[in-house]
Structure formats: structure tokens, C-alpha cells
Design a protein around this ligand. Structure first.
Ligand code: NDP
Ligand code: GUA
Length: 484
């Protein structure tokens, strides 16, 4: 049973136009704990009609919200940030219950999520324009930044709070309003965020959350001419589909999609640091992040040493229910996710990969997979191309820097890449040559609200966080002002 200090954070209705409401059809969707399979709550199974109402509410709220001085919006966002931090424990419990991640990680995500609200509360005040020297006499050219309008956010289950605040923060700071659709596995964090938004003073209609039928809600959001922007985080396949659907109404689109991150360990690397970085970048959230290292490329001279040290560290990871003390790896999100990880590892082992740690389902059952290290991975294995989204580290061998770069760039994705080297010249050279939106040099942790998060190639469009993150929610207007 989910125990919260503030039980009213567990919301089981959608939030539309300032009202908590059920689905028109009266149906609900169960939310289950991935650790136990038990139902912890249920939320409305909404579809097109409720989404249209949310869009209308967001459209109605837009003019007044956009017209408020940025500093007023900033104060409300700041209060939202404070409320997340004041309720960090409850929000983390809620997240662990619906998502499965260890409680310490869930607390970390609440702080990370809150940091986007704090950051954009400040950045919203700095949506500066320009005055351009005019080529014509007696005239001025003025450039202003305006909010794009009603925005849609579709978010995944792996970071139920942070993926939403890094869209809602800049959107609301810029003066936009929003309709959000969280993943069906993890709607409770989004609804708790809406509840705290009410307490922070966000006016009705400015931030709406609709749960339910993804296709119907997504269809309504993408086809509506009132929605001027879509921001999506999730799989590349769904991102492509949504982008196509947005084409008809020519929306601004931000997509944060799949990855296939290389993690390169050169002969001159500090191996202790590389192992620590590998653990952080691979096993966070049981490997279920888009920036998780997917392919470890290890130079010949340190291959065995790195493999053995990593395997030893991985064998020591404590697996269990996220709510239990000392656990660092919880369950995967559902049985489908487990089946995918299992199939990828079985394929790799069938093609010659050598398990140095794990390599099979965990004894805990249904949704658990053993933290795994596979030596002797090769490019013909499916996991060389597919996002594993599980606690599995495949190690590939390379001989030269050139070969490592070619292997790293041999992917349709271009989100995050990591490498470890003590050579300063190599650090600059390799980081320039990697075809990725983000590169970690001697670090496995690159996420922060102050830096631009996003990818190239099939990993997406746009950037979240940092000063660049605000731009995605602004449009440029140029005014040619003639006369004295
Ligand atoms: N980049 C990332 O961070 C993520 C990557 N993934 C990758 O995707 C794989 C599959 O995960 P999955 O959860 O299915 O990812 P999806 O991309 O399908 O889901 C992400 C979000 O999109 C929604 N969605 C799905 N289909 C539609 C649609 N037709 N119209 C509108 N919204 C839609 C989902 O809603 P609903 O949950 O209701 O179906 C969810 O809110 C993972 O194994 C992983 O490889 C997954 C999640 C995050
Ligand atoms: O998996 C994702 O989509 C985002 C990773 C979380 C982060 O590091 O910001």
C-alpha cells in the first residue's frame, strides 16, 4: 500500500481547464507497481473529446498567460519548484511505486525535475529580442520573441517527472500553455505535478494533463490547428509517426528519441574512473534511459582489465524492490521490456558473446533482469544496433582511434557518446569527430538543466534545458517600423 505524508498528491483524475475529471466513457486504466504487479491506482481512460476540451482550455488561457509580465510567470514557476522540493519524499515514493526505480534515484529525479522549473523561472525573464540597424532611412528593425501558443507534451515512463518539467518549465516560462499526456505506465507523477501546479498558482487551463488512449489523445493533439507545438520524448518509431501527423498543421516539433550511445575506453584511460562512469551511465534506472551507454568500445590493451573490473563491480550491484534500502537496481518497467532485453542477450550469446556477469532473468521473476556484462560483442549482434533499454553492457574490441570513431559513428542514432582518455589532444580530437548531440569526456553523467540536452540523426530535433531550451517555445517576430 502506497503511504504518503500528503495523500492528496495521489490524484486519480485528469486535470483539464482547472477541473479534476473522469473520462467521458467512465473507463479507467490501472497503474501497476512493476516490482509486484499490484494495482496501485487507476486513472481515466480519456480519448479525443477530453483532449479537445483540454486544448480549448489551453487556448482560452493562452492570451492572459502570455500577457502576464515574465516576472510574474517566473514567481509561479519558482513556487512550483519549491513545492516539488518540499514534497520530494512523497513524490519519490509515488514514482518508485509506478516506475520501479530505487527510492534514492527517484528522489534524485524529483530534484532534477524541479531544477528545470527553477532554471526556466529565471530564463523566462531573458527572452531578449534585437534591434537591427536598418538599411533604410528613418526606419527601425525590431525583433521580438513571442510564445508559440498552445503546446502538447507527450512523455515516457522512464523519467515520469523530469521529462515533463523540462517541457512544461520552458513552455510556461515563455508564456505558452500546455496539454500533457504522460505514459500509461506512469501517469501519477504527472498528475501530482498538476496538483502542485494548482498550489503554486498556475491559472486554470495553463497546464492540463490528459491520461488514457495514446492514439486518440495523440491524434487529437497533432491534428488540432490550435496546438502550435509538440514536444515528445520516447521511441524513434513513435516520434516519427507524431512528426508525420504534425506535418498537416505545420507545427513546431521537438523530438527527444532513441539512442545507441558508444562508451569508448582508450588504452590511456584511468580505468577506475572508466568503470565508475560505466556504472553511472549504463545501470542508472536499470539501463532504461535514452543516454545509457549501449555499446562499450574497449581498446585491445585494456580490454581484459576493464572487462574484469566492470564485471566485478556489476556483480556487486544490489537488485531488488526500489523501496528497499540499499537497492541500486529495480525491476524493468514491464514484462514486454524484460522479453526485449532477454531476446537481445540471447541473440548475442548465441553469436558468441561471453557473459562475465549476469546474462539471464533474475531470480526475483517477472520484471527483473540480472545486471549483465557481455564480453566479445560483435557488430552482427542485434544489440549493436538496437537500444537495449536494460541493464546489459556489451563490450566490443577495437585497435585504433580511427577504428573506434568509425564504430561509434556507425549508428542511425546520434544522442549521447562517452569516452575515457588521459590524452588532452585526443579528448578534443575525438569529441569533434563524434557525430552526437552530447559527448561526455571522462564522465558518464552529462545531464543537467543548465546544458542543452538533445540529439542529431534519428535521435531527434531541438534541445531541452539551458538557454537554448527556451527557444523551442518561442517564435521570432520582426517589425519593420518606418517613419519618425
Ligand atoms: N527516448 C527515451 O527516453 C525513450 C525511449 N524508449 C524506447 O522505446 C521503446 C518502447 O517503449 P514505449 O514505451 O513503447 O515508447 P513510446 O515511444 O511508444 O512511448 C512514449 C510515449 O509516447 C506515447 N505514444 C505511443 N504511441 C503513441 C501514439 N500513436 N500517439 C501518441 N502518443 C503515443 C506513449 O503513450 P502510452 O504509454 O500511453 O502508450 C508514451 O506516452 C523502449 O524499449 C525504448 O527503447 C521508450 C521510452 C523513452
Ligand atoms: O531517457 C531519457 O529520455 C532522458 C534521460 C534522462 C536525462 O538524463 O535527462
Amino acid at each position: 500500500m502506497l503511504q504518503l505524508k500528503d495523500a492528496s498528491l495521489l490524484r486519480q483524475h485528469c486535470y483539464i481547464g482547472g477541473n479534476w475529471s473522469a473520462a467521458d466513457c467512465g473507463e479507467t486504466l490501472d497503474v501497476t507497481d512493476p516490482a509486484t504487479g499490484e494495482t496501485i491506482a487507476s486513472v481515466p481512460y480519456c480519448g479525443e473529446s477530453e483532449t479537445q476540451r483540454a486544448i480549448a482550455a489551453a487556448q482560452a488561457a493562452f492570451p492572459a498567460w502570455a500577457a502576464r509580465p515574465a516576472v510574474e510567470r517566473s514567481r509561479i514557476l519558482r513556487r512550483w519548484f519549491e513545492l516539488l522540493m518540499e514534497n520530494q519524499d512523497d513524490l519519490a515514493r509515488l514514482m518508485t511505486a509506478e516506475q520501479g526505480k530505487p527510492l534514492a534515484e527517484a528522489k534524485g529525479e524529483i530534484a532534477y525535475a524541479a531544477s528545470y522549473l527553477e532554471w526556466f523561472a529565471e530564463e523566462g525573464k531573458r527572452a531578449y529580442g534585437d534591434v537591427i540597424p536598418s538599411p533604410f532611412p528613418d526606419s527601425s528593425i525590431v525583433v521580438t520573441k513571442e510564445p508559440v501558443g498552445v503546446c502538447a507534451a507527450i512523455t515516457p515512463w522512464n523519467f515520469p517527472m523530469a521529462m515533463l518539467t523540462r517541457k512544461a518549465g520552458p513552455a510556461l516560462a515563455a508564456g505558452c500553455t500546455m496539454v500533457a499526456k504522460p505514459a500509461e505506465q506512469t501517469p501519477l507523477s504527472a498528475l501530482a505535478l498538476a496538483e502542485l501546479g494548482v498550489r503554486a498558482g498556475i491559472p486554470p487551463g495553463v497546464f492540463n494533463v490528459v491520461t488514457g488512449d495514446a492514439r486518440a489523445i495523440g491524434g487529437a493533439l497533432t491534428s488540432s490547428p490550435l496546438v502550435r507545438k509538440l514536444s515528445f520524448t520516447g521511441s524513434t518509431a513513435t516520434g516519427r509517426l507524431l512528426m508525420r501527423q504534425c506535418a498537416e498543421t505545420v507545427k513546431k516539433v521537438s523530438l527527444e528519441l532513441g539512442g545507441n550511445a558508444p562508451f569508448i575506453v582508450f588504452d590511456d584511460a584511468d580505468l577506475d574512473a572508466a568503470v565508475a562512469g560505466a556504472l553511472a551511465s549504463k545501470f542508472r534506472n536499470a539501463g532504461q534511459t535514452c543516454v545509457c551507454s549501449n555499446r562499450f568500445l574497449v581498446q585491445d590493451g585494456v580490454f581484459e582489465a576493464f572487462a574484469n573490473r566492470l564485471a566485478e563491480a556489476v556483480r556487486a550491484l544490489k537488485v531488488g524492490k526500489g523501496i528497499d534500502d540499499g537497492v541500486v537496481q529495480g525491476p524493468l518497467i514491464d514484462e514486454r521490456a524484460l522479453a526485449k532485453v532477454e531476446a537481445l542477450v540471447d541473440d548475442a550469446i548465441g553469436k558468441g558473446a561471453r557473459p562475465l556477469a549476469g546474462g539471464r532473468r533474475h531470480a526475483l521473476g517477472r520484471t527483473w533482469y540480472e545486471p549483465t556484462v557481455l564480453a566479445d560483442a560483435t557488430p552482427d549482434m542485434h544489440l549493436a544496433r538496437e537500444e537495449i533499454f536494460g541493464p546489459v553492457a556489451p563490450l566490443f574490441r577495437f585497435k585504433t582511434e580511427q577504428e573506434a570513431i568509425a564504430m561509434a559513428n556507425d549508428s542511425e542514432y546520434g544522442l549521447a557518446a562517452y569516452f575515457y582518455s588521459r590524452d588532452h589532444g585526443r579528448a578534443w580530437r575525438v569529441s569533434r569527430k563524434l557525430e552526437y548531440g552530447m559527448v561526455g569526456v571522462n564522465t558518464g553523467m552529462i545531464s543537467t538543466e543548465v546544458a542543452p540536452f538533445g540529439g542529431i540523426k534519428n535521435s531527434g530535433l531541438g534541445r531541452e534545458g539551458s538557454k537554448y531550451g527556451l527557444e523551442d517555445y518561442l517564435q521570432i517576430k520582426y517589425v519593420a517600423m518606418a517613419g519618425q
